[in-house]
Design a protein around this ligand. Sequence first.
Ligand code: NDP
Ligand code: ZN
Length: 352
Amino acid sequence: MKGYAMLGIGKTGWIEKDRPQCGPLDAIVRPIAIAPCTSDVHTVWEGALGDRHDMILGHEAVGEVVEVGSLVRDFKPGDKVIVPAITPDWNSLEAQAGYSMHSGGMLAGWKFSNFKDGVFGEFFHVNDADGNLALLPDGLDPCAATMLSDMVPTGFHGVELADVQFGDTVVVIGIGPVGLMAVAGANLRGAGHIYAVGSRQVCVDVARKYGATDIVNYREGDIVEQILDKTHGKGVDKVVIAGGDVNTMDQAIRMLKPGGRVGNVNYLGSGDYVKIPRIEWGCGMGHKSINAGLMPGGRLRMEKLATLLETGKLDASLLLTHRFKGFENIEAALMLMKQKPKDLIKPVVLLE
Ligand code: NDP
Ligand code: ZN
């Protein structure tokens, strides 16, 4: 079969590989719609995970089951499914402890385009099919539903990590597709003021549609000063980090009230250390907590989040600024993600 792969750090291309084998608990899926992710860009062009050779990229897909293992109960060939980016081993001790995303080791629930071939192939392998796949509800646009693989659950996980409550004043740093889903998630959770930090107009417009009450442009001055200005020096209850770099945590701590919480889902592709400002962290006694994590993945989360699309409570299609058609356009979509032109939020490729 054909797939679009990372050949080595900084190099990508089309390769031929054997079709994956299906174990007793697994499924083999043919993608129907896929989306490239900023994480693919960190992985290939920053070498953030270390070197990978001839590894098919991609971890965001809606697909059709073509084969299931003998022990799979709930799925059969022909089923249309949402595939989460994170596919934990649900019988692992880490999953039993509540950290499915780290099943088998740190970040090891993230398998596609990390430890094994991803979804940019003619077929791909899904471990623990009953625990990880979710049926695609009838009538959902497969392109919008592809946002359920990663963008919706990751943005929402940032909101969970920050523990956003009714009436909280929240900052979302970064309003690419992940941050935009954090804005929407904070809004659904009942946040009051939502300050969205970004710069590109296309993202700003969509952030307002998802519930941002104020926009802060990080290119027009220090974001800490801007947020402290807007909050009369008090700072905010919660910060979700969905963009920036190793210096962003420092800014988040400075804009947080004592007792506040940071939820970070940003993938730090480079730099060795994350700094925390001593004084603004209350010399270690400020009750400013930091939660940072990979999204949990799995079937239950996919099924629940799909109901938000079904009921119209969340319109994920607002993220889709660039729609491609045809397998061969996977390359163009990934390159667009790398270049990040001004009018891009998220590209998607419909394969049929
Ligand atoms: P984008 O690159 O599309 O968005 C990043 C956002 O951050 C943009 O709004 C950008 O602004 C803004 N930004 C960039 N630099 C700064 C800065 N110095 N200060 C403040 N804001 C800044 O990324 P995505 O939305 O696709 O993904 C966000 C992050 O989440 C990525 O690192 C991705 O790898 C990660 N991720 C993590 C997952 C997890 O499970 N934890 C899963 C999926 C993704 P501008 O408009 O100017 O570009
Ligand atoms: Zn992703």
